[in-house]
Design a protein around this ligand. Structure first.
Ligand SMILES: C=C(O[C@@H]1C=C(C(=O)O)C=C[C@H]1O)C(=O)O
Length: 420
C-alpha cells in the first residue's frame, strides 16, 4: 500500500536548534513515534506524512526516491549527514515466509543530534514554525510481568540445534543461525518508551531502535553510508560471563580471540558482507583479524568492513544487497534461509532484519534488529523477545542455549525481569 502526497509537492524545513536534551523524551505515549539513537546521537521521529508497506528493500528504495523527489527542502544545515527529511524503516527477516509486515515511514517532525549539532525538520504545515514539540508524558514502568516461556522448550530447541549440527557435519551447509523466542506478559499495556529509555541507559554503545512496536538495542550495524563511504560492523562469535561474573573480562576476551569455532563462525560473516559489498565499491578494506567488542552482557568478535561506494547505490540498495548476512542467516545464504524456515518453527518477523533510516541523498544507517522484542497492537501487554546464535560444525546445543540466554539479558533487564 502506498499513501503518498498525490501530485502536490511537500515542503520541508530544517533548522538548527539548541541542545534539545535527551531525544527520547519527545516520544509520545501514543500515536506514531520512532527513534534510532546511539550514545545520545540520532533521531526521534514524530507523526507520519507517508507510509510504504512493502517487504522488499529494493521496492522501498524506489518508493523513497520518488517521494523524496516530491519534497522541497529548505535547510539551515545543507549537506549535514542525517539532517532533513528521512524515511525510517524496519524490514522483515524473510519476506517470503513471514506473516508480519515491514514498515517504512516518513515522519512529520524529526529532532536530531550529532555531536554538537542539533536540528529539527518539519514536513508540511509551515505555520507550525520552529518551536520544538512538547516532550511526551512521563514513561510508565511495567507492573507485574509473567514469563510465559518460549514457543519451544529449551530441550526442543537444543534438539533442533543438534539436527542442524548433523547437517553441517555432513557437509550440506557451513553455518546456520538459529533463533528462539520468549513470551512475556505484563498486567497492563507496556510503555515501550520506558523499555527504550532503560536500553539507552544500560547499552549506550549499541544502536537503540524503536519503530512500530519493535524495540531493542543492537550492537550490529549492517551498514552506514555517509557520502561516498560505506561501513559495516560485522559481529559473529560470542562469549559471556556465567551468572557468577567471576571470570576476568580480559581472560574472556582472550578465550574468544583464541576460539577456532568462533573465528570460523566470524569468518563466514565477514566474507558474506565483503562479497555482497564488493560489486558496489571501488575500493574496500577488510581487516584480516577481528577485534573484541565488549558489551555489558556479552563479548563479540567484531570486524569493521569499509569501502568507497560507487555513486548511485543508496543505503537502502546496499541494505538490500547485504541482507541477510551470514551473521544472522548462515552460509550459503539461501540454503541457510531454507533450513531456518524449516526447523526454527517461529516467525522471526522483523527480528534480524534491517532497521534504520535513509535521507534524501540516499545516505543512512541500517542496523540489524537484534537484542529486541515485538509488541503487537492487538496485545499491548505482551512482548515476544528473540535471540539467536550461529551454529557451526563444532557447536554444542546446550552452550548455544546459554548464548541465546545471555542475549536476552538486555531486554529482560529493561523489562525489570530477572534472567532465568
Ligand atoms: C543472532 C544474534 O546475534 C548474532 C549472532 C552472533 C553469534 O552467533 O555469535 C553474534 C552477533 C550477531 O551477529 C542475536 O543476537 O539474536
Amino acid at each position: 500500500m502506498i499513501l503518498d502526497f498525490g501530485t502536490a509537492r511537500m515542503r520541508a524545513t530544517t533548522v538548527a536548534i539548541a541542545d534539545p536534551g535527551p531525544l527520547e523524551r519527545f516520544l509520545p505515549e501514543s500515536g506514531p513515534g520512532s527513534a534510532f539513537i546511539r550514545r545520545g546521537d540520532g533521531v526521534v521521529a514524530l507523526g507520519e506524512v507517508a507510509r510504504f508497506e512493502t517487504d522488499r528493500l529494493d521496492a522501498a528504495d524506489v518508493w523513497w526516491d520518488e517521494i523524496s523527489n516530491q519534497i522541497d527542502h529548505d535547510s539551515e544545515l545543507p549537506g549535514e549527514f542525517g539532517t532533513g527529511p528521512l524515511a525510517l524503516g524496519s524490514f522483515i527477516f524473510d519476506p517470503d515466509r513471514s506473516m508480519e509486515r515491514s514498515v517504512l515511514t516518513v515522519p512529520q517532525v524529526i529532532i536530531g543530534r550529532r555531536g554538537d549539532l542539533a536540528w529539527m525538520t518539519r514536513l508540511g504545515d509551515a505555520r507550525r514554525g520552529t518551536a520544538l514539540p512538547s516532550p511526551g508524558e512521563p514513561t510508565r514502568r511495567p507492573g507485574h510481568i509473567t514469563q510465559m516461556g518460549g514457543s519451544l522448550r529449551r530441550g526442543e530447541w537444543e534438539r533442533i540445534v543438534a539436527e542442524v549440527v548433523t547437517l553441517i557435519r555432513s557437509g550440506e551447509v557451513d553455518k546456520v543461525v538459529l533463533a528462539r523466542d520468549l513470551h512475556l506478559k505484563a498486567d497492563g499495556p507496556l510503555d515501550l518508551r520506558h523499555i527504550y529509555g532503560r536500553l539507552l541507559e544500560t547499552y549506550p554503545m549499541t544502536w537503540a531502535y524503536l519503530i512500530d512496536g519493535l524495540v531493542g538495542a543492537t550492537p550490529e550495524l549492517l551498514l552506514r553510508r555517509q557520502g561516498g563511504l560505506v561501513t559495516s560492523r560485522v559481529l559473529a562469535g560470542t562469549v559471556w560471563q556465567d551468572g557468577s561474573g567471576a571470570v576476568d573480562p580480559l581472560a574472556l576476551a582472550a578465550e574468544l580471540a583464541r576460539s577456532e569455532k568462533d573465528m570460523s563462525e566470524h569468518a563466514f560473516a565477514v566474507r558474506s558482507v565483503a562479497d555482497a559489498l564488493a560489486p558496489y565499491c571501488r575500493a574496500m578494506n577488510v581487516p584480516d583479524s577481528p577485534s573484541v567488542l565488549r558489551l555489558p552482557n556479552v563479548m563479540h568478535l567484531a570486524t569493521d568492513v569499509t569501502g568507497v561506494v560507487e555513486p548511485g547505490a543508496t543505503s537502502l540498495a546496499l541494505a538490500a544487497a547485504l541482507h541477510p548476512s551470514a551473521a544472522v542467516c548462515g552460509t550459503p545464504t539461501h540454503l541457510a534461509m531454507d533450513i531456518i524456515a524449516e526447523v526454527e518453527t517461529i516467525d522471526r518477523g522483523r527480528y534480524a532484519g534491517p532497521v534504520g533510516w535513509v535521507d534524501m541523498d540516499g545516505d543512512g544507517e541500517w542496523a540489524i534488529a537484534l537484542r529486541g522484542g515485538q509488541v503487537r497492537p492487538e496485545s499491548p501487554e505482551s512482548i515476544q523477545l528473540f535471540a539467536g546464535a550461529g551454529i557451526v560444525a563444532d557447536s554444542t546445543p546446550s552452550v548455544e542455549v546459554q548464548e541465546t540466554a545471555a542475549k536476552f539479558v538486555p531486554m529482560l533487564q529493561a523489562l525489570g525481569v530477572a534472567p532465568s
